[in-house]
Structure formats: structure tokens, C-alpha cells
Design a protein around this ligand. Sequence first.
Ligand code: SAM
Ligand code: SF4
Length: 377
Amino acid sequence: MTKAGIYIHIPFCKTKCMYCDFYSITDREKDADGFVSALCNEISHSSLDEYPWIFDTLFIGGGTPSLLNGNQLEFILTTLSKKVSFSCLIEKTIEINPGEASLEKLTDFYSLGINRVSMGVQSLDKELLAFLTRSHSVKKVFETFDHIRTAGFENINCDIIYGIPGQTLDIWKRDMNRIIKLNPGHISAYSLTVEKGTELFQMVNSNEVTMPSNSESADWFTLTRSFLSNHQYIPYEISNFSKPEKECRHNLHYWNIDPYIGFGPSAHSFDGNRRWNNTRSLDQYMKKIDEKLSPISKSEKLTLIQKVNEKIGFGLRLNAGINLDKFSKIHKNQFNQNVKLHQNKWNDYIKRDRKKIKLRERGFPFADAIAVDLMLQ
Ligand SMILES: C[S@@+](CC[C@H](N)C(=O)[O-])C[C@H]1O[C@@H](n2cnc3c(N)ncnc32)[C@H](O)[C@@H]1O
Ligand code: SF4
């Protein structure tokens, strides 16, 4: 049976980071109870119990979900448990920020059945944390990591970022070294992206800061992959590294184009044919739910070609590559023609057998460009 994921978006943050384009708002924690009640309303009135899939992952992301207290999280989980079987939900993740999840809170989350924690470390350099306008110190990262383990969590992810203006390859290597000493089961290492509408975007546009060049970015990328691979972190996706059996099952749903259903403001959903997302405004969201109206602000049905192209785009980012058996005969032929057409350009970067096509190690820095060339028209 098809496996699927559930995503819940918690929009509150203590401060807004200068690079972050995720929907999050500050100074609204007083609305947390009202929000949780609207969220539970959305879940209760959803079709979650009618889909013909097994929901095996839950990801509570944000924003900063660790700003919720144990009671609020319990309310959300109890509401969910009336719609889906909790015994099937084998991975239940919550995102937390360093210094914003006490041992007591983490212990509550663990006792409620959350079994995976994802902590946004970003950097272990004081100046870089200040540049990124992070609200926590380096010390808080280690203190919070300690609390996560003490609370009982064995499945832990750390998010780290490279390509930050002012960062050197040596600082990055030192940070990765300190992270692997903590021995998390999973590391997400992202290249800093400049998102429209962020403070970073304005700084780059006004030449206040300069981002790494393409060739510098490729160096960061190559160093990250070889360093983490050499330390037993398997690069199973372009930015994601895990110890055996510790891959993020929830994110694999996105990358494998499986269905997922999202709740909360800005949350996205995909049912295999249609993609939709909720309004990106807490007030609008709460108002719609209060008026018993749908909080969905956009919905589109994907064409067959769009679906195949998603499989190509995401599949090339995975170590496992693209499973051609999932394509219809006609799409497989078109795809093979594209591969032939760009053979001279990408032959050394791609490897293939009868069933699969994947990138060679040297192909990963060019994954997006290769995907564009191989996508169907
Ligand atoms: C939406 S955040 C939530 C996590 C949590 N609130 C925190 O900041 O620690 C999820 C992750 O996305 C990554 N992220 C957000 N904006 C990014 C950007 N512009 N470039 C690279 N990574 C980014 C960060 O690594 C962050 O930990
Ligand atoms: S990076 Fe995390 S803490 Fe910072 S604004 Fe985004 S969601 Fe909030």
C-alpha cells in the first residue's frame, strides 16, 4: 500500500532570521492556544481518515515548533490520533531551535511519542551566528543537544549551513568536525540560498555582502560530501547525510513524490494528482477556520508530464537515482531520447543500467542543470 506523510506547520519564532523565507512570525506566542485550537479544527475536519494510504511519518516543522508547550502538543497529537493509526506512524519529528527547548519540554515531547528531533544548528562560529541573526550562542547548541539525548531521543538531525559570507572552508570543516563528534544519526548540510523578500536578499542586492561564486560553491559542496562520507554519513540525498537506517523517512516521501498532507498556515499537500497549499498568514488562517471555510489559498492539478518531471528533478538529487520502472513506456522513451540528446554534455556525470539512472559523484554539483536538460517538454 502507498505510504504517505503528514506535515504540521507551527508559524511562531522568537526572532526572524535574515536568510529565512519559511512562513514564520514573531511576537505572536500569545496566540498559540488559539492557533492550536484552529489547527486541531482543521485536522478534525480533514479527509485524513479517508485516503487509501498508510501514513507512516509525521513532521512538525516551522517556524519553531519547540515554542509549543507539552499540553499544546498533546492536544495536536490526540486530535491526529482520532484520524490516523498512531501505530503506523513510525517516524515522528519535531523541529527545535538551540536554547528554545528546555530539558523539561523535550522530556514532555518524548513522552508524547515524538521520536525524532531536528535541531537548527546552522553554524558553530560566533560571528557567523551573529551574521545570520540567530538568537542563540554556540554554547546553547551543545547544551540543547545534551538535553535532547538526556530526554531519550536516539534519532537526531542537525541542520548546518555552508557558503555563508565570511565563512572559510577551514571554519566549515571545524564545524562539521564538532558536529560529527556529537554523533547525530542525520545531518542536513544546506548551501545558504538567497531567498526573495529576506534581509539577506536586500543585502546581496545592495552589494553589502557577496555570496560565494559558482566555483566556490562547488568546492564547498564537494568538501561537504567527501568529509561527511568519510565519517560514515551516507549522502543519500544531495544535502542529506545519514547513518545506516537513519534516513529521514518523511523527507523521502517528498523526494519520492509520495503523497503528503499538510496542516497549518503555508502548509503544502500533495495527493498524487493535485497539489495545494494553505494561506501564508496566521490571521487569515485562523479567520477561515473560525468561519468554517477552507484555509487553502492555491490548488493545482499536475499534468502527467509535470509529475514525470518532478520524478526526474527530485530523483537525480537522490543517491538511489530515478527508477525508470515508474515511468510509462512513452515517458521512458522520451526521457531516453533526452539522455541521448545530451550525451556529449553529461555522459561523464550520469550512470545508468536498465532500470535506473543516477548521477556519478562528479555529477551532483550539476544536478539541477542536468535535470533541466533531461526533463520532458
Ligand atoms: C524552516 S527552518 C526551521 C528550523 C528552526 N526554526 C531553526 O531555525 O533552527 C528549517 C531549516 O531550513 C534551513 N534554511 C532555512 N532558510 C535557509 C536558506 N535561506 N538557505 C539554506 N538553508 C536554509 C535551515 O538550516 C533551517 O534549520
Ligand atoms: S530559520 Fe528557524 S528560527 Fe529562523 S526565522 Fe526561520 S524558522 Fe524561524
